[in-house]
Design a protein around this ligand. Structure first.
Ligand code: ACM
Length: 674
């Protein structure tokens, strides 16, 4: 794509050879000759069926230019000096959400297959204009929009983002801002994770204690020590009026909100509010709103009164949310309480259920029937298949892609939300370098660089075209144990959401990470203009040494770490072995070319990434000119060794001289201090 833009720029004499900063990349972009001058007199001519889309667009333009553009409904044949037309054309050969955008020196025309398509066309125009707050708007001079013909359509119907408001709570204004940014990336499904062990966040009129009790916890783990308590009461919830307001706000931006009410697990807050809904016949039963993260044992009892409660709750939820899908959670429901509960065990016998997994599926089926009676579809995390997957259920796959294959083979629809590529609560750069910025940069763990998000192809699990159709799409997961405020959530979400948006929207054949990266530079100007607290993209660690030298080791590496990191010229990446050390374990660097002169060698082991430091307690640093005879340069003392390797040295080796329980971290093997 890049070369296309370069040649177009040459053709038209436009100064910039940068690619159009569009993310997600449209299905088809044809640069044309010339440019449209967007100026203070540029008006919007609109089809009345997209009056709302026109109003939002006009407000977006006003926020940038400082003045509301003139607008005119299509049938009023008022002459306009310069216009952007917003039309709907249902006969367009495009799916729902598709649009064309023609920018010519004379005019700009958006034609949507439907109102959503028109809305997306306007988002594309906004991405092409200078960012909000940019200097370019200050002089009132026209902005040149390169002439282009865009024909665009979404790859998937489900392009989403999940936000957990159970672990932390965000005010309505924050949620709306996030919805605006989702829309800017042409995402259309906001999965609102509203209930958790640590807090119930949605007002339910029939059960006021859900929020008077369930929305509040006594303490939370502070940043930097997840196994402790800050002792500060914490909570909050959305009233039904606020929810209606957010739903309307999202709907206007062509975003569907899918509410999630967790069951049978992650329900401690609800059970704390109404203890009779839990497995109250077990020893030591004492539910409370949880104050620590993790998976907790309190799960709903499979009693009639629980189902009455859940139906009442879902009844109110269905009144508030018009979405076809209702998410019922289903993940991480420990079965210990059902095993202990006589009531649950008796029910299993009565219903002929072989184990507690089948009881969970039975539970899900009861809820599924209720949702069907309301004309809704049930979606749940992949554990809902454990005791048999209900026929009409849609599975949100988070653990292993094998569950997607399982559901697809049964004919069920899936949404791909696998941890490996969509869990945005993971670090986006090496954890040690993030934590070095401050404890508020703590994440749950793992690492998910933007490049890995970009590499995701949600249909890789499909075995044929029919199965591909069963994959509705994909979404990012923003779990918020480590998201105490929206600033941190923004940091976790952006710019990775740009990569996810392109995964979900752009035809797979057009995806190219280098091209995406150069367009991201343009998109980030909009992030800056909108004062988003995004993470500055850093190049993902590569599985290569800095100069083509080779490293080998008797040790295997801890998840997400590469052996090459010990000699990649970066202090923020590191070699991290994944087991206790044995005598004569080694890490050996085979230099690309022998040392030309005697050179200082330094190796520092250990680091804050590991609680135990993972220093080398007993070892030697050695050098070899032939790879078979070794000369000791230094012993490791307090995790460090430094010595001088002779000219002609071809290999350097760290060798363990006594077993140790702690693993091993090596940030960098330094030669001549570098
Ligand atoms: C999940 O991460 N428990 C869905």
């Amino acid at each position: 794509m890049k070369s296309l833009f370069v040649s177009a720029a040459a053709l038209t004499g436009l100064v910039s050879a940068d690619p159009l900063p569009l993310i997600p990349l449209p299905a088809s972009v044809k640069p044309m000759e010339g440019a449209f001058e967007f100026s203070p007199v540029t008006a919007i001519r609109f089809d009345r069926t997209v009056t709302k889309e026109m109003e939002l667009f006009a407000a977006d333009l006003k926020a940038r230019t400082g003045a509301a553009p003139k607008t005119a409904a299509e049938e009023l044949r008022i002459m306009l000096q310069s216009e952007i037309r917003l039309d709907v054309d249902a006969s367009l050969d495009l799916p729902a959400g598709g649009y064309t955008l023609d920018i010519s020196p004379k005019t700009v025309v958006v034609k949507g297959k439907d109102a959503a398509g028109v809305f997306y066309g306007t988002r594309t125009i906004l991405q092409l204009l200078p960012a909000l707050g940019s200097e370019a708007w200050k002089d009132g001079a026209p902005e040149r929009l390169q002439a282009v013909e865009i024909k665009d359509q979404p790859r998937f119907a489900w392009r989403g983002m999940m936000l957990d408001v159970g672990r932390h709570f965000y005010p309505v204004e924050d949620i709306k801002r996030l919805i605006d940014w989702m829309a800017f990336h042409k995402l259309n499904n906001f999965h609102w994770h509203l209930t958790e062990d640590q807090g119930w966040r949605i007002e339910i009129k029939k059960y006021p204690k859900l929020t008077s009790v369930g929305a509040w916890r006594d303490s939370s783990p502070p940043y930097g020590n997840r196994n402790s308590d800050d002792g500060v009461r914490y909570g909050g919830f959305y009233t039904q009026e606020q929810i209606k307001d957010v739903v309307a706000y999202a709907t206007a931006r062509h975003i569907t909100i899918i509410p999630e009410i967790e069951m049978p697990g992650h329900a401690a807050a609800a059970i704390a509010a109404y203890p009779e809904l839990g497995n109250s016949d077990i020893p030591g039963y004492a539910p409370k709103v949880m104050t620590r993260w993790g998976v907790h044992p309190y799960i709903f009892a499979p009693k009639e009164e629980t189902f009455r409660f859940l139906q009442d709750v879902l009844g109110e939820v269905c009144e508030l949310f018009p979405s076809k899908f209702i998410h019922i959670g289903g993940d991480e429901a420990p079965k210990t309480q059902w095993k202990q509960s006589k009531y649950a065990q008796d029910l299993m016998k009565r219903e002929g259920l072989k184990n507690e997994e089948e009881l969970q599926s039975w539970f899900v089926r009861q809820i599924g029937k209720y949702l069907e009676s309301k004309g809704r579809r049930l979606i749940g995390w992949d554990e809902i298949q454990e005791g048999g997957l209900p026929k009409t259920a849609t599975m949100m796959v988070w653990r292993d892609a094998k569950w997607a294959k399982h559901a697809l083979s049964l004919g069920n629809d899936v949404v791909m939300a696998t941890t490996s590529h969509t869990y945005f609560d993971y670090y986006q750069a090496p954890g040690a370098s993030e934590m070095a910025k401050g404890k508020e940069f703590e994440c749950i763990g793992g690492m998910l660089p933007i490049e890995k998000v970009y590499s995701y192809n949600p249909t890789f699990v499909a075995e044929n075209a029919a199965q591909e159709k069963q994959i509705l799409g994909t979404q990012a997961q923003l779990w918020t144990e480590y998201g105490k405020d929206m600033k941190k959530v923004e940091y976790m979400a952006f710019p990775r959401i740009a990569a996810l948006a392109e995964v979900a929207w752009t035809p797979v054949a057009l995806k190219n990470y280098d091209d995406f990266s150069s367009r991201l530079t343009g998109l980030i100007k909009h992030y800056d203009g909108g004062k988003l607290n995004y993470a500055k993209p850093v190049p993902a660690p590569k599985k290569e040494t800095k100069d083509g030298s080779v490293i080998q080791s008797s040790l295997d590496l801890y998840e997400g770490h590469f052996i090459e990191s010990a000699f990649d010229g970066r202090q923020d990446t590191f070699f991290w072995a994944n087991r206790a050390l044995k005598k004569d374990d080694d890490v050996t660097l085979k230099l690309k070319s022998p040392l030309a002169a005697a050179t200082a060698v330094e190796v520092v082991t250990g680091g804050p990434a590991s609680r135990n430091g993972d220093k080398l307690e007993s070892g030697v640093l050695e050098a070899s000119t032939d790879g078979s005879t070794w000369t000791k340069l230094a012993d490791f003392k307090d995790g460090k060794a430094s010595g001088t390797a002779a000219a002609g040295t071809k290999q350097l080796r760290v060798r363990v001289t006594a077993p140790q329980e702690n693993w091993l971290i090596i940030h960098e093997i330094l030669l001549g201090g570098k």
